[in-house]
Design a protein around this ligand. Structure first.
Ligand SMILES: *[C@@H]1O[C@H](CO)[C@@H](O)[C@H](O)[C@H]1NC(C)=O
Length: 357
């Protein structure tokens, strides 16, 4: 009996030493002690009506931004019990007034919990397909809608669920019904998702989905977050948020990917937007991930926007374009330029539109 107790004490000691060590590791990875200096842009104004997050934003070539709001995600702050929504914001109109996208019949709006979004424009009929990662009741699925610009609405087309799409964070559409998606966790279960962070294993994947074929096309990510594609459709970019880097992957004829390189960014970067003209990458990043748990409104997570130019060259240029300690905007998750302005969104906070210097 005495021996068993001794063994129990030793095991408990080892377990707490392991957890203690992992917590120190996690604080390092979350950049918990990083100091952030204000680096503001001119003429920043908050977009009225977007108070509960603007987690992902995608801008159509005509200046219409589609914005996902109201994300509820295990472990993340959220300040509204209302279902998530999608908004449309016309950047060509000075008033910057977001309009809620009406969702046509056949879709459960009550449980809508939109996360990453992406659009695909059909070359044949110019129809715009909107892909939305959705987490109704903590599930993981992808919704496809058709965007109807004339009356600011979307028509529900279909829901995609698959075992390989178990913890989807973001997607990039490459066809009317095909896309690449990132999994930010290995587990699908909400409790295991939080515990797995303690293990810090490179178990996360990128998955290719089409109605004909579903496959893992890249793996060994600690947490694969934002994903996007180069203007020539030849490369994918994936943010490994816990590795503080952006991976460049080459796309092959069979939709498989091969690893090219990783570009360090020194921050926990969330969504990636790609400038269609220059090919530059723009990321909304979390400069101090430690401030998410526990959330303290007196000392909130700050925001950081990072741009990468010439990513395919020997020496890509990584620039901090914007930084704020949380007094202007907390937890920036996306940033995307349009004709001299920069739209910055957040996981659970407001959205800002700033002039670029
Ligand atoms: C952010 O920095 C400003 C100074 O620019 C300071 O007044 C404010 O208290 C800081 N806020 C936080 C939350 O640290």
């Amino acid at each position: 009996m005495g021996r068993l107790i001794a063994l129990g004490v030793i095991l408990a000691g080892l377990l707490s030493a392991f957890i203690g060590y992992r917590i120190v590791e996690l604080r390092r990875i979350a950049l918990s002690s990083r100091e952030l200096h204000q680096n503001h842009l001119p003429n920043c104004r908050a977009i009225k009506g977007l108070e509960y997050g603007s987690e992902d934003i995608t801008i159509l070539p005509n200046g219409l931004a589609i914005i996902s709001t109201g994300l509820k995600y295990p472990g993340m702050p959220s300040f509204s019990d209302a279902p998530g929504k999608l908004y449309l914001l016309d950047l060509e109109n000075e008033r910057l007034k977001p309009v809620e996208l009406r969702i046509g019949r056949g879709f459960d709006v009550e449980s809508f919990n939109p996360h990453g979004i992406s659009v695909y424009t059909d070359e044949k009929d110019l129809s715009v397909h909107l892909f939305v990662v959705n987490h109704p009741e903590d599930k993981s699925q992808v919704e496809i809608f058709r965007f109807v610009e004339e009356d600011s609405s979307i028509v529900y087309v279909k829901t995609i669920q698959h075992d390989l799409l178990h913890s989807v964070n973001d997607i990039v559409a490459v066809g009317p019904e095909s896309f690449y998606a990132t999994n930010d966790r290995y587990f699908g279960n909400a409790v295991l998702k939080q515990l797995e962070i303690l293990l810090l294993q490179p178990w996360c994947t990128v998955v290719y989905y089409s109605p004909e074929e579903v496959m893992v096309v890249a793996d060994t990510f600690y947490s694969a977050n934002g994903i996007n594609i180069s203007p020539d459709n030849k490369y994918l970019y994936v943010s490994d948020i816990l590795d503080h880097s952006i991976s460049v992957l080459e796309r092959h004829e069979n939709n498989g990917l091969s690893y090219v390189k990783s570009v360090p960014v020194g921050s926990l970067c969330d969504n990636i937007e790609v400038d269609g003209d220059t090919g530059d990458l723009w990321m909304g990043c979390h400069p101090n991930g430690g401030k998410f748990y526990p959330y303290n409104p007196e000392d909130p997570p700050g925001s950081e926007v990072i741009q990468i130019q010439n990513i395919h060259s020997e020496k890509p240029t990584v620039t901090q374009v914007y930084a704020d300690n949380g007094s202007m905007i907390e937890a920036s998750s996306v940033a995307t330029p349009y004709k001299g302005v920069l739209l910055i969104g957040s996981v659970y906070h407001k959205a800002l539109c700033c002039d670029l210097k």
